[in-house]
Design a protein around this ligand. Structure first.
Ligand code: GMT
Length: 379
């Protein structure tokens, strides 16, 4: 099958999911065309069956805001027409679903029937999309998509709660490639960050308000008073200055390693003992799943789809948003005793295996067959 994938190519869970899905489809013999404004960051060059079509928006003095969505629609029309695509799969509703709908309508005039699937990832529903400046268009395009998927049961429920949607939504969760995570690392790598054998906590995010990175520091401050621990922060974003200020106030900077944006966090995750994700809202929590696949238990909030991934008391703990005391107490419980830590680590990896790409990929393929009315033929 020839599949066009549209996503945000820069750092972010939706782009990672779209790229890894495209790579897995290509490895099975499908032809995959990425249509994005820059090359997806996890896409290696020279991969068989993968093609990349850049969406270039040219500047014009009249425009205060560049009409990216129109350029994307035109590019979709061009790629579908010339590459003879069977299907478009757009990740993140804004503005990809409406661009796909526009392309579909244009192509219909030419007698070309191109179905499109919209995958909802989270903030396109829970934060940005439900804002009244977007809501009518999001509602319309969700209803007009040939199929819609959400990455968790919680996100599906939120979609029905916030939008006038009266259609079926398939839940297809985020996934991991197990072999990419959990490789044993030498002690040297751990020693770089924890020279006296301290425990290692890790947080990975885009440092937006919704991630509550300040809570990471507040929890860490309490943990390190009970158990010698270092904290590794991976990522960057608008909250970084607040975080730097808070670590100075708490006098914890010497125990924190801020690595900034890391293309593939698997190496860092493999040396960690405990992952922390205290988000205000989180439709799934791909970073938590990647951590669990790396044998790391997770301290998270109980918001959104997180309890579908991190099982309270088994693979880590889930607490109310902002409950620093509870998160710190749970983290200390896991970290202070070696046997307890090893039990949580093993169960975290076991749970992550339920989200193995080999389980999830056929679910997407079945959906593609349903939408295109074609039997998949792969190499
Ligand atoms: O977490 C972010 O802010 C990035 C965002 C994205 O769209 O890239 O992530 C969302 O999609 C991921 C992949 O489906 C989910 O694992 C994240 O939980 C979700 N983020 C939020 O809901 C805040």
């Amino acid at each position: 099958m020839k599949i066009g994938i549209v996503c945000y190519p820069t750092f972010g869970g939706s782009g990672v999911v779209a790229t890894e899905l495209g790579k897995a489809l290509a490895a099975k013999g499908h032809q995959v065309h990425f249509i994005t404004y820059s090359q997806p960051f996890r896409l290696e060059t020279f991969t068989p069956n993968i093609f990349y079509h850049e969406v270039v928006v040219t500047d014009y003095p009249l425009f205060e805001y560049q009409p990216y969505e129109l350029v994307l629609s035109s590019r979709l029309v061009d790629v579908v027409r010339n590459e003879k695509l069977d299907l478009l799969h757009v990740h993140y509703a804004i503005p990809h679903a409406s661009a796909a709908y526009m392309a579909q309508q244009i192509l219909k005039e030419e007698g070309i029937d191109i179905p499109f699937i919209t995958t909802l990832h989270g903030t396109d529903i829970t934060l940005v999309g439900r804002d009244e400046s977007f809501e009518p268009v999001i509602t319309f395009t969700i209803n007009k998509s040939n199929a819609v998927t959400a990455v968790s049961e919680s996100l599906k429920e939120d979609t029905f709660r916030y939008f006038h949607v009266k259609r079926e939504i398939d839940v297809i969760p985020n996934f991991i490639c197990p072999n990419d995570y959990g490789q044993a690392r030498s002690n040297c790598q751990r020693q770089m960050f924890a020279p006296a054998g301290e425990r290692i906590m890790v947080h990975v995010s885009n440092f937006r308000k919704v991630k509550r990175v300040e809570d990471v520091l507040l929890v860490f401050d309490k943990v390190r008073q009970q158990v010698p621990t270092k904290l590794i922060l991976v990522g960057d974003g608008p909250e970084r200055h607040n975080i730097e200020r808070l670590c100075r106030e708490l006098n914890t900077c010497n125990d924190i390693h801020s690595l900034g944006k890391v293309q593939n966090p698997a190496e860092i995750l493999s040396i960690g003992d405990l992952f922390i994700l205290p988000s205000e809202t989180e439709s799934f929590g791909l970073s938590a799943l990647e951590a669990m696949a790396s044998y790391m238990p997770v301290i998270s909030t109980n918001t959104g789809g997180l309890p579908e991934v991190n099982i309270n008391g088994i693979t880590g703990f889930t607490s109310d948003v902002g409950d620093i005391e509870d998160m710190a107490k749970n983290a200390i419980h896991i970290l202070k005793d070696e046997t307890t830590l090893q039990q949580f680590k093993a169960r975290a990896r076991e749970q992550a295996m339920k989200f193995d790409i080999r389980v999830i990929l056929p679910v997407y393929e079945e959906l593609y067959e349903r939408v295109t009315h074609k039997k998949l033929i792969t190499a």
